[in-house]
Design a protein around this ligand. Sequence first.
Ligand code: ADP
Ligand code: G3P
Length: 500
Amino acid sequence: MQEQLVLAIDQGTTSSRTLIFNRKGDIVSQAQQDFEQLFPHEGWVEHDPLAIWDSQLKTMKQSISQLDLTSKRIAAIGITNQRETTLVWDRQTGKPVYNAIVWQDRRTAGYCNELRKAGHADMIQEKTGLILDAYFSATKLKWILDQQPGLRDRAKAGELCFGTVDTWLIWNLTGGTNFVTDTSNASRTMLFNIHQLNWDQELLDLFDIPVAILPEVRESSEVYGKTLADLFGEAIPIAGIAGDQQAALFGQLCWEKGMLKNTYGTGCFMLMNTGTEPVLSQNKLLTTVAWTIGGVTHYALEGSVFIAGAAVQWVRDGLKLIDHSPQIEDLARSVPDNGGMYFVPALTGLAAPYWDPYARGSVFGITRGSTLGHFARATLEGIAFQVYDIVQAMEGDAQTSGVEFRVDGGASANNLLMQFQADICQFPVVRPKVVETTAMGAAFLAGLAAGYWEDKGHLSQQWEVDTRFDPQKEAPEVEGLLTGWEKAVERSRQWMDSES
Ligand SMILES: Nc1ncnc2c1ncn2[C@@H]1O[C@H](COP(=O)(O)OP(=O)(O)O)[C@@H](O)[C@H]1O
Ligand SMILES: O=P(O)(O)OC[C@H](O)CO
């Protein structure tokens, strides 16, 4: 009998990936492809929608062709994706009307300021759980519709489709027959009422978005449709969708209220499961849908850091101080401490809890004794300090159930960073054996809907601890470090006085 497998699509900001899992949760095949990042103006970030689709399809085909298909079969596909990134395409031809505007793009920051001044921020937060910011899809979608005369009318007439990346991929996988998203992705658009779980008319009016352009919102674990048969030789059910951070929360098995995970990728995203009731933040965190399964919606509090691993990437590609990201750890270990140096990696402004698009990257405390080792340390510590700020905000908003958080993402491989994180937060950081938790979460959601795994209990055995980092620094040292960081972050704020 053929062994059944589950395929997870992980469409990220810098690469498209596909991972195939067996019933034990082992990765049996994987493929990855980078695609081009487009920076047409200062602060703008775009992707070619076709490059997203082509690279994703290629990795799907590659990972499937690496298997012996006489003995193996894909039972279901789960999709997880970079969130908020905004695409608009023609319903008839499937052709994009503009490039995808990526979550990092700041072009609508000025418009967000106007909305803030006009007093809309509280209403937006109450309905969507989000802080009014250019990060989310609504202002990006409005911007696209404002570009060409007639686009909004075409949207009203139902001739255009808006989607986040999940919607775009499912549309293409099903040959344009499925126009869907899930509650977790919808909750990042700033158009979705997270209490009523529907598109919100008052918000659609505010942003002048015709309802006809929006996809149907479904649960995170259900069969949405099947892929076109000729793509992979047979029609495969698509059975799970979640935004990548919510998928990682699921894949880390943070299913109970109070459980936390932090992903160290390009940015950092800390999510805490807050149970079946949304908790509105008093500390500038985001409230978001974690997932909807079997009619039950779980919510999460989220703290986002825009630049984390990307700071290491900049040290590598921009400054060329290292050839590969992991080398930053050895460089940092060449000195015993930061030597008084602090790097605030606000390269694209600061996200939670500051929400300051005008902050910029800054280095403080340089002396004649400073070395590249200190700078490497300050870079890693700058990532951890930003996460500390979020932990503080989170503890102000809700009770954490355990005194640990689970980590994943590329930079979680850095032991120095993980130890420093445990030291300044003063609670254990736990890294699992499989750090591909985002893809695992998507696979779990799809596998549950397809009956591949009977219930969540079957998934619990698939999470194992790799390393636990316990706090080692004494309180006075930690306090000294935090005081330095507070001063540094304060001085980096409002550096730019306009969007230029
Ligand atoms: N050992 C390491 N130490 C520090 N940063 C790392 C390390 N390995 C990878 N990174 C950083 O992690 C990021 C890649 O992580 P990944 O989870 O693949 O990101 P994303 O999904 O956002 O593209 C890159 O920004 C890279 O610079
Ligand atoms: O593609 P990633 O892993 O950088 O994640 C992007 C986030 O979903 C943005 O909100």
